[in-house]
Design a protein around this ligand. Structure first.
Ligand code: GDP
Length: 472
């Protein structure tokens, strides 16, 4: 029926993409081994093959929209989004604040903006899963990012219940030991012991059937709603955002969002990636969309970065593109000026604008890009496939192991590969974007590479409260 059909379509979409990765990277590998004459010929073959594969991808994209079905799925996801939003509002504004069960969480985790936002998102997920109102301690005080605190940029996390009251807070110990205490205080996720199974990347059982039918990557959709709730703009932020949005002018046609993370990240937490590596994927996306729509599209990129020189470089080297950047933000994001309010507005505007783009090219090792991807799911419905990451697969810091299940056997061809038997569970560490993923087979306990197409995702479906008092 319809259910299987939608999931099958997305499996084919992913299958073509994995085929694209594996075929092109194999040609590139050979090209690097042979002399110049043959390399030139292989280059031509590569272009031929890429174009051919894109025609199949374009047809598949048309299939996703056939007879308005894409639009119908979008509406259904919107309804689920509204439900999530209402549940969060209800959780955060209990009828009797004094007696409501609460979860205390501290702002100012010692890390960057994206990391802090994800820290509070983890607290809110915890609050949602345990039906406790999230109390964000320190939210009215000075924040690393603003002397005016959290509310300089965002609405308070509650309208009616901001204080943990007279009850003494108990430190979290375990689900069982904590359940009868009115106020629980939560550590950062890195220090959490006895982490409950509802933590990312779990999805709630009550929405799972709908989500798996409607969305290509339900955990990102789910996390996105917590981030979206937290990032509700303050009046001042709203003004700033509307100015920034006018500049991009999304009504003017599609935009590919690039986030180029440089400065302090390089060498410590991520490798350097040249601008060309990003632009290959912008080119790919515009070629694909031009095929799908049967007309040449104007090529536009929105560039978010912590390194202003990147914007100059793209403007200079890619004259066939309109290059848009949120002018202040890149400069203001520069490290010396990182902890000022203007840099706060800059980074939020970049995240919001990236999330509104049609496709995202970035490194998922950056929390900024993962935030943009999560928000994109809330805004667009199923934008699961609307990205290319140059490094990591999507993850949530401190998450539980992400498991896949072998659907085909595999005998290693090279010594860095692992064996698979149908039904084996693999903990995935990453996708090498060349047809192969890396992970650990739980049966053999061996770690290594395996073909990405030989596994399927094993979603973590967990029981969450049903919030049955909240109706759409
Ligand atoms: P991560 O280090 O990239 O995972 O993300 P964090 O949020 O933890 O730290 C990065 C910090 O660098 C942010 O808080 C920003 O101040 C700055 N930054 C990084 N990338 C960007 C960007 O694309 N735009 C802007 N405006 N600032 C950025």
């Amino acid at each position: 029926g319809y259910l299987a059909g939608e999931q099958l379509r997305r499996k084919i979409e992913n299958g073509i993409l994995e085929l694209y990765f594996s075929a092109t990277s194999q040609l590139i590998d050979i090209k690097n081994l042979v002399d110049r004459n043959i390399a030139t010929k292989l280059e031509a073959k590569l272009t031929f093959l890429s174009n051919q594969l894109r025609t199949v991808m374009a047809d598949e994209l048309r299939l996703a929209d056939v007879d308005g079905s894409g639009f119908r799925r979008e509406i259904q996801l919107k309804n689920l989004s509204n439900l999530m939003q209402k549940r969060l509002i209800s959780l955060q504004n209990p009828r009797h604040c004094a007696t409501a069960r609460k979860l205390q969480c501290y702002l100012n985790k010692g890390c960057g903006f994206g990391c802090q936002l994800h820290h509070v998102a983890y607290c809110l997920i915890f609050a949602y899963a345990t039906e406790r109102t999230l109390i964000l301690e320190g939210n009215g005080q000075t924040w690393d990012y603003s002397s005016k605190g959290w509310t300089a940029a965002f609405l308070p996390v509650s309208d009616t219940c901001l204080d943990h009251g007279t009850e003494e807070a108990k430190f979290w110990s375990s689900l069982e030991e904590s359940k009868n205490h009115p106020v629980i205080s939560l550590p950062v996720i890195d220090e959490l012991r006895n982490g409950p199974s509802f933590l990312p990347q779990s999805i709630p059982k009550d929405l799972a059937a709908d989500l798996l039918r409607l969305h290509g990557y339900p955990p990102a959709w789910f996390v996105g709603h917590f981030v979206d709730y937290l990032m509700r703009s303050s009046p001042q932020m709203k003004k700033m955002l509307s100015i920034a949005e006018k500049k991009v002018n999304f009504a003017n046609g599609p935009v590919v969002g690039l986030q180029v993370r440089r400065t302090d990240k390089i060498g410590s937490e991520a490798a350097f990636h040249a601008v060309e590596e990003y632009m290959v994927w912008a080119d790919h996306w515009f070629a694909l969309q031009s095929l799908k729509q049967g007309k040449q599209l104007r090529k536009r990129v929105f560039v978010a970065t912590d390194e202003p020189a990147v914007i100059t470089e793209i403007k200079k080297s890619y004259k066939d593109y309109d290059v848009i950047a949120n002018s202040n933000s890149a400069i203001l994001a520069n490290l010396q000026d990182r902890y000022t309010e203007s840099s706060l507005f800059g980074v939020i505007a970049d995240i919001r604008l990236l999330s509104k783009c049609d496709y995202l090219v970035c490194t998922f090792s950056s929390q900024i890009c993962r935030l943009a991807y999560e928000l994109m799911q809330v805004r667009r419905g199923d934008a699961a496939a609307s990205f290319h990451s140059l490094d990591d697969i999507y993850y949530f810091g401190g998450q539980q192991a992400r498991e896949q299940e072998a659907i085909f056997p595999h005998s290693p061809i090279n010594e860095d590969e692992i064996e698979l038997q149908v039904g084996d569970i693999i903990v995935i560490a990453g996708n090498h974007w060349n047809g192969m993923s890396k992970g650990r087979n739980k049966r053999t306990n061996r770690e290594g590479l395996y073909p990405s197409y030989k596994v399927k995702e094993n979603w973590r479906i967990e029981k969450f409260p049903s919030y049955s008092n909240v109706k759409i």
